[in-house]
Ligand binder design. Sequence first.
Ligand SMILES: [Zn+2]
Length: 528
Amino acid sequence: MTKKLCTFIMCLSCAMVTFAQKKYSKKQIEKLKSEANALIETDKKLAQVMVDKIFSFAELGFQEEESSKYLTGVLQENGFEIEHSLSGIPTSWFAKWSNGDGPVIALGSDVDCIPKASQYPGVAFHKPIVEGAPGHGEGHNAGIPLNIMSALAVKEIMEKENIGGTLILWPGIAEELVAAKAWYVRDGLFDDIDMCIFTHVGNNLGVSYGPTRGTGLISVEYSFDGEAAHSAGSPWRGKSALDAAELMNIAWNYKREHLHPLKRSHSIFTDAGDQPNVVPSKAAIWFYLRDIKYEGIMEMYALANDMAKGAALMTGTTMTSKVLGTAWPRHYNKVIAETMYDNITKVGLPVWSEADQTLAKAVQTEVGSEKIEGLPTELSPLGLPVEEPVSGGSDDIGDISWKVPTVTMRFPSNIPGLQGHHWSNAIAMATPIAHKGVVAGAKAEAMTILDFLTKPELLEGAWDYFKNVQQKETTYKPMISDTDMPPIYLNTDKQGQFREELQKYYYDETKYDSYLEQLGVEYPTVKE
Ligand SMILES: [Zn+2]
């Protein structure tokens, strides 16, 4: 049976699919899992090298050139077939390895970084590697290395035991712009995939199911077109596009008082004119509009469109708008989450050294965290569906979570209590904290993949939940149209400005045991 047909039948008849797999006893499966963990443990040098490499490349969304080249290189060397430039995104790729009929399991994680978050790892105060440059202040340098670690271990076991199935690794390109995953779904990249495990850095090892905390969003840029004039000589002949963008911003700021507290919205000016003595003929403002529900996001979008039209009317300018990114509110799969959590409890948290804890507490002190508690020593419980919705961030994994059964595993590579999207969130990300967190996460992921490869009833259960619980009241409608293109031009200048300078700091694993060593960082470096 082809995989496409498998998926088709599963969708039609609610998980009727069975793969002709050998039956494995509980004891045999446990043995395979401990073999996988041993392989990951033996190979952990590779985890450190990959995490440190991606950290040092420090690439923003759509600019993940070095990161993608390096990661696909590792996968290709290990027998994966790579497809590049998917959904019209030059830095995107899917890496596939198949051992014949069986579940098709996708492993995803993000890879892009944060503007102006350049930071020395292991140093507990603000110290940019390159002043003003991008940096991994979200920890997206660790997730794909984790997926590679678990995939390589599972692959070895699948080959040895002749277990059927397919592993697909893929990157969340430009996650900070939520500008790839909805396009992957639209373009059919997940049509033949049976389930997805996504990984994201956190500060504990955990997983949840049901609707999550946080929001979905639509990212829209409104551009105004006016008439230039000499700002002093003949200002009456000008029509300021910047006036329009400012008026729209003011209108939205007034509206914000009357938005439900679960909604979040924020904006920046992407074009605010060139110089004061020229009436700006062009200006643009870019909004992220967030809500916990798709319908709420669309209401905000309609409202913003009206305000943009109003601003254009008030200023005699014209307006165009462009959707730059979207993220559906997330819903995670119960069966995958429960299976994974069982494995998480077997792996447990990494053993932190005194140096790790010293660094964590010093960073928490430096940024004024509520609690100076260091790194966690107890696992967080399995995340249950949120009863009272909680607002917060978004991730375009949401779109994939409505296409195939999906979970996000959070792994403990960062320090609790930091504000996020900030240089302090980069400090742990090329230190033993990140390396150990990746190894722990890779084990839990590998064990979960082995469960799904050897127990077909689990995948049936996952699809049953997906069809009959998750989709019972909600139907996914894409926020992008058939013709919207990912804004791959974004960040070109911001990265270009720093690429040459950053190159001097790329991690060279042939010369240095770790990135900390290459940078000459004493671990940990804390204030006296
Ligand atoms: Zn993220």
